[in-house]
Design a protein around this ligand. Structure first.
Ligand code: ADP
Ligand code: MG
Length: 263
């Protein structure tokens, strides 16, 4: 189980990006974190994966634990070896390398040859297109295929917990649906998932439990299906008001008030 307790994170000693967040990912679960731009979603994942320092961020208080291990302030390599692997926002694949080279890069810390062979078979079975395009430059893949490669690269480290930062970003609805199905399949194969998303429909469809982050705090949390029914989530993330994007933008103020009531 991953447990984050009372986490506080700042950038440059000034911007308070995460303000007292507590959350859990039980073993075998898919947990979603929803929130709009700037809510602190990526900061939460960077803290868990030990990559916060690369972004000049700092943990001011709180802990991140994975099973018996205290991951707080550990370096990224140790955290990967502990079984926690992140797919960063914006995919970050190596466009000039081939698909196969990208996957091998993901398995580099994995010294066990048999485990690596098993991982590549798993990735190819999940994403047949990556087998077909093995020798092709990764930069030539479509956006959806690049996201699949980014997920595949992370799976090469044989994670127990996969951290996904907005995998649906910039993808067409049909492709987002495929990504959701793949996340469910990865989970069925035994990997826990912490899924950060702005796309609430996909995230709440695949997760059992969800948290809503609002300006660095948890404003709502609960059973994913119940959250999907809640007025706040319907209005702000599922667009059931029929509001235009412009109207949705002006609806941000009431959400801040909501987070103050529930904080
Ligand atoms: N490297 C950084 N340096 C300074 N501020 C940052 C940095 N990264 C994010 N922030 C700030 O921290 C807050 C949370 O950002 P982020 O975690 O990226 O949110 P989200 O992923 O939900 O969009 C925002 O106010 C953002 O501007
Ligand atoms: Mg982000």
């Amino acid at each position: 189980m991953l447990s984050v307790d009372s986490l506080q994170v700042t950038y440059g000693g000034a911007v308070e990006a995460v303000r007292g967040v507590s959350m859990e990912v039980p073993d075998g679960a898919v947990v979603a974190v929803l929130g709009s731009n700037g809510a602190g979603k990526s900061t939460l994942l960077r803290t868990i994966s030990g990559t916060l320092r690369l972004h000049r961020g700092r943990v001011d208080a709180g802990t991140v634990r994975f099973g018996d291990l205290d991951l707080t302030r550990r370096d990224a390599g140790q955290i990967v070896r502990a079984g926690v692997v992140q797919v960063p926002e914006g995919r970050r694949i190596f466009g000039r390398l081939t698909v196969e080279e990208n996957l091998r890069a993901g398995g580099m810390g994995n010294r066990d040859r048999a485990a690596k062979a098993e991982a590549i078979t798993r990735v190819h079975d999940l994403f047949p297109v990556l087998r077909e395009r093995s020798g092709q430059r990764a930069g030539l893949l479509s956006g959806g295929e690049q996201q699949m490669l980014a997920i595949g690269r992370a799976l090469m480290a044989s994670p127990r917990l996969l951290l996904l930062d907005e995998p649906s970003l910039g993808l067409a609805p049909r492709v987002i649906g495929q990504i959701g199905e793949v996340i469910a399949e990865i989970n069925r194969q035994g990997t826990s998932v912490l899924l950060v998303e702005q796309n609430a429909t996909m995230a709440l469809g695949v997760a059992t439990h969800a948290y809503v982050l609002d300006v660095g705090r948890v404003s709502l949390s609960g059973d994913a299906r119940e959250l999907a029914q809640s007025d706040e989530v319907q209005r702000l993330y599922l667009g059931h008001t029929g509001a235009t994007p412009e109207q949705q933008r002006t609806e941000r103020a009431p959400r801040r008030t909501l987070s103050r009531w529930t904080a």
